[in-house]
Write a protein of this length. Sequence first.
Length: 374
Amino acid sequence: MKRIHTLTGKLRSSLVALGLGAVWTASAATFGPNSAMLTHPYGAWRVGTSLTFTGFGDARGIGLSMEALAVETVDGVACLKARSRRSIDADQLSWLAQDTDGNVWQLRTHDGLTGEYHEADVLYLPANPRVGERYFLWDPYFESEYTVISTTATVTTPAGTFQNCLVLRLDDFGDVEEWHLAPGIGPVRLAFSGFENGGWELSRFSGVDPGPAPSRFEVRGTVRTGGVSGTPGVGVTITLTGPGDTTLELSTDGEGGFAFTNLTAGTYTLHVRSDCHEPVPDRVLEVPAVSSLPEVLLIPKPVEVPTIEWVRTGEGVRLRWPASVCGPGFVTESATQVSGPFNPVAREAVLEGAMMSVELPGTSEAVFFRLRSR
């Protein structure tokens, strides 16, 4: 079934990938019949799962435990009812459900007894967390932003050493928390700083099995332009969409290269966009079967030049025209004598002040040419 998550004024759950502004937004989630069976790689909880923590710093002597109690239904969605208990507070109850994309949600509740009264469904764990992504969560009773700090951290607690941990940082009005989640188990260390400093470390656990870290993959490629001789396509926008409404976006580097890292297995679509070049077909990729892509060649669009200045030289003709948004880098694709076929010359124009300039060969009275973006 579908459970609608209102984003305007209720829940904003956004993910900014690689610091480059690509945004993923969950507007609805689909829950299957097994939504209470959490299989998330950083928290495969089931009824009977129990975690016990030991406090340190300002939390020394304060007990903390987490336990999965039962399966209950909230608004038609099967949920795992979990309890968080601190020795100095009332119990906090949560109803967790995993959608068909692998995201874990904390569903809103209205009983007023949970100690955490949510009027909106909250994204509890994203399906595919990646370093640098940020999750902004909000409802009328709390506001917080999570940032993925690491997926490879090693944490040692009284319960053992845990590798490849997910680290989430929460900045809540200046008070900072860091959650370390171990594969399979979930939280193994919670540290806070700001008004108070301390936290809890896992001391024992049961009903849950440590698991391997989820496999991560990468996709790399190169973009070149066909205007001159396959020069690097610098600053070209590359978008990758994939499982769980994932949308990643970046720009090619100075060599025309790009790399998407820390990907989970699945089907992705690669979209290449450049305003100065002809569109290229999207590519559907199966990760990890595909990791290195064939070179992407962009064909320049013909450009419209409002005014061309020209002067005859001893070897041909020099052309000059105002630079535009697609330059510098306009090139002449071909030139010809007054009769006969076009002969490719592939001369790259250079920027001279506010003008582009290029010399073409030709000794006849007329010289024909085409101009394209780089």
